[in-house]
Design a protein around this ligand. Structure first.
Ligand code: FAD
Length: 468
């Protein structure tokens, strides 16, 4: 549907562009990357027609909060961060359709509705799709990933009849799915290939903490175990999962959450250069003139040192969208991913990571690790063993102030300075015990050096520090 009309300051509607030649920017994908780009273009007052096409949903929604609709904490409309009328006011058209083909030479899109659509500039922001590895039975009913609005609706519809769910893959999405079923008292088996939960990303101490937490929650966690195939019943519905270790686990739902990959299959083999994702330069430009790619589907040809060419996370999508808008508005600004940040929740345990924290320490680095005796909170600060500059912070069960961590990491603050001033980073200190003394004790135990605590962490001190 194309609903732009009179009453917005961007003039004539998209269909009327043949009459009034304004640059037409078309964005495929209304996720965080595409929408951040569209909205930032408007903030920059770029006079052009903007249309956003999505086959998933009419309005932008917060994908990271999908689970909360299932949990009953939010309604669907709560996932939409912008008022519906704002799209019209901003002159951003919404088109609910799937793009089935792109004629890059004629600058024309074919939609599954039978319509065609021309463009001057095309932005590909098509996101990810859940990985499938050709497992036998992966197309049975009751087998799906958890990525889209449609996945959520499918899972919701099946839920009353699920007696056991098997979830394959111990990442961030798998654990969300486990929490969702757990909230409805549906028994869950979680198959994880690694020796501990998410040990491909988390250092082993943190990975063990989360494995223990999952078991405490009643999740049947099977470590070091992989999916071989899914067995179907006479109606073509999944009835069991077989593992490579020879186990057969009866279930009537299987969640495939073994990672995601760029949603670009339909673009492969054409003139657009692709690898695992759509290849882009530092200005997010593809090999084709007037065609750009952002978000989960984009692969940087030359990522900055220490960063991955594809970073399928919310914050990177938003940054890419905003960066592209600045470039389209006429300023040359290469994409700068900033300090790596990610956050999630493992049932009740919050997770934050800043900078580089690897599962196995990188050569030449060391870390200070403190864990609460209850096993539900921990702090790890990674630093360069020669220079003493901190390079990463990993938190479980508590939150630090983003701006403070970002500044320490950007400026390469010294580990002893950071530890002595750690209270500057505490978020909501009034709700948590003071973790500074035990953290300094961890440093004393490791190095034999005693440190003094400086900052008390008052807001005025924090603001002074951020300005310094
Ligand atoms: C359950 C879940 C939890 C997550 N939690 C976190 C988290 O805690 N922290 C974090 O950083 N990240 C998280 N992520 C990842 C994060 O949501 C993604 O990195 C981000 O949403 C990607 O944004 P995007 O704009 O690149 O693409 P998407 O949000 O995937 O949007 C792409 C859109 O394009 C549409 N599209 C694709 N092809 C076509 C076509 N041919 N025609 C029309 N439309 C098309 C798709 O249907 C989709 O709507 C989570 C993801 C999921 C699924």
């Amino acid at each position: 549907m194309v609903d732009i009309g009179p009453g917005n300051r961007y003039g004539l509607s998209f269909q009327h562009n043949a009459v009034c030649r304004m640059t037409r920017t078309v964005i495929i994908g209304n996720g965080v990357a595409g929408i951040s780009c569209a909205r930032r273009l408007r903030q920059l007052d770029v006079e052009e027609s903007i249309a956003v096409i999505s086959s998933e949903s009419e309005y932008f929604f917060s994908r990271t909060a999908l689970m909360y609709v299932y949990l009953g904490h939010l309604r669907w409309q709560d996932l939409e961060p912008y008022e519906r009328k704002s799209w019209h006011q901003l002159g951003i058209e919404r088109v609910l359709a799937r793009v089935t083909q792109i004629d890059f030479r004629a600058r024309n899109l074919q939609l599954d509705t039978g319509q065609t659509m021309g463009y001057d500039r095309l932005i590909l922001a098509t996101g990810s799709i859940p990985n499938r590895f050709g497992w036998p039975g992966e197309d049975l009913q009751g087998v799906c990933g958890f990525y889209s609005k449609q996945d959520l609706e499918y899972i919701e519809g099946l839920s009353p009849g699920i007696r056991r769910a098997v979830i394959v893959g111990g990442g961030l999405i798998g654990i969300e799915l486990a929490e969702m079923f757990h909230s409805r008292n549906i028994p869950v088996t979680l198959l994880v290939r690694e020796p501990e939960y998410w040990n491909s990303v988390l250092p082993v101490e943190e990975a063990r903490m989360i494995s223990a937490h999952l078991r405490k929650k009643g999740i049947d966690l099977r470590l070091g175990m992989q999916l071989r195939e899914m067995e179907g019943d006479v109606d073509g519905r999944v009835c069991a999962v077989l593992t490579t270790e020879g186990e057969r686990i009866e279930c009537n739902f299987t969640g495939l959450t073994a990672g995601v990959r760029p949603n670009i299959d339909w673009l492969i083999g054409g003139p657009l250069e692709t690898d695992r994702g759509i290849l882009v330069d530092p200005f997010l430009q593809t090999n084709l003139p007037g065609v750009f790619a952002i978000g989960d589907c984009a692969q940087l040809r030359n990522p900055v040192e220490g960063r991955k060419p594809i970073e399928a996370v919310w914050y990177s999508g938003r940054k890419m969208g905003e960066c592209l808008a600045i470039n389209l508005a006429g300023r040359k600004a290469p994409y700068d991913p900033g300090i790596w940040f990610n956050s999630a929740k493992f049932f009740d345990i919050e997770y934050q990571v800043y900078g580089s924290v690897l599962p196995n320490p990188a050569p030449g680095t060391d870390s200070i690790f403190w864990q609460h005796p209850a096993g539900d909170r921990s702090i790890r600060i990674v630093y360069d063993s020669t220079s003493g500059s901190i390079t990463g912070i990993n938190l479980l069960g508590l939150r630090f102030r983003h701006e403070v961590c970002d500044k320490w990491l950007r400026e390469g603050a010294q580990i002893e300075y950071v530890l002595s001033n750690i209270r500057l980073a505490f978020f909501d200190p009034e709700f948590f015990p003071d973790f500074a003394p035990p953290l300094l004790d961890a440093y004393l135990t490791k190095t034999g050096k005693q440190l003094r605590l400086h900052a008390a962490g008052k807001l005025a001190e924090v603001l002074r520090f951020l300005k310094s």
